[in-house]
Design a binder for this molecule. Structure first.
Ligand SMILES: Cc1cc2nc3c(=O)[nH]c(=O)nc-3n(C[C@H](O)[C@H](O)[C@H](O)COP(=O)(O)O)c2cc1C
Length: 195
């Protein structure tokens, strides 16, 4: 069974590192097998901060999103699993990511999410913890294992992590994501999720 994996590049900052990490994670996911991988870069999406006068859960398909958000909405809707690549800003995750999350609701439900975080000393730990909390509200399923990189500029070189153990940790994360993606997809197909 092939699961559709959407990797979200959360940072949109000028001079950001997010695309480098996402590209390496995508390479690992493709090599892992069993995933149809799409990388969605939030810097390429129209993501206004002002939400419409409706709730995306209640409005469902009638929720009025900008045309430039359509690729993101389609990707989230069609996904079986997510990897969110997030930096840490002021002990949390970037506003771009919160906007992308809040413009959607049902599209996230009953799907697993893994986190690849990076930042200063804490390696994006606060960002990942905050995201776990938020995704539970959306009926998504944060998985146990993720990746965390302190000081990106010291721990990565030429687009790859320097720690030789990282590929093994990545495999564990992808194994867990596969398990949950398959289990939840089978369950969603058998019975609509009661969100
Ligand atoms: C506005 C801002 C706030 C930051 N706050 C934190 C922080 O609270 N904790 C941390 O570990 N790193 C923090 N950092 C460091 C970033 O997480 C780090 O530079 C990361 O590589 C930035 O990712 P990006 O290049 O993809 O934007 C901050 C960086 C910026 C620009």
């Amino acid at each position: 069974m092939t699961n559709k994996l959407v990797i979200i590049v959360g940072s949109v900052r000028e001079g950001r590192s997010g695309p480098v990490l996402a590209s390496w994670v995508a390479e690992q996911a493709r090599a892992h097998g069993g995933f149809d991988v799409t990388v969605v870069d939030l810097a390429e999406i129209d993501l206004p901060l002002a939400l419409p006068d409706a709730h995306p859960k209640l409005a469902a398909d009638d929720y009025p999103r900008p045309a430039g958000m359509a690729p993101l909405t389609a990707a989230i809707d069609g996904a079986d699993a997510f990897i969110v690549v997030t930096p840490e800003y002021n002990h949390s995750y970037p506003a771009s990511l919160k906007a992308a999350i809040d413009w959607h609701f049902t599209q996230w439900a009953a799907k697993p999410v893994a986190f690849v975080s990076y930042g200063g000393t804490a390696g994006g730990r606060h960002a990942a913890l905050h995201l776990e909390n938020v995704f539970i509200e959306l009926h998504a399923v944060p998985i146990r294992d993720g990746l965390s990189f302190p000081y990106y500029r010291r721990t990565w070189q030429d687009g790859r992590p320097l720690d030789p153990e990282t590929p093994q940790f990545t495999k564990t994360m992808l194994d867990q994501l596969t398990w949950w993606a398959t289990a939840l997809r089978t369950a969603r197909e058998a019975t609509p999720y009661p969100a």
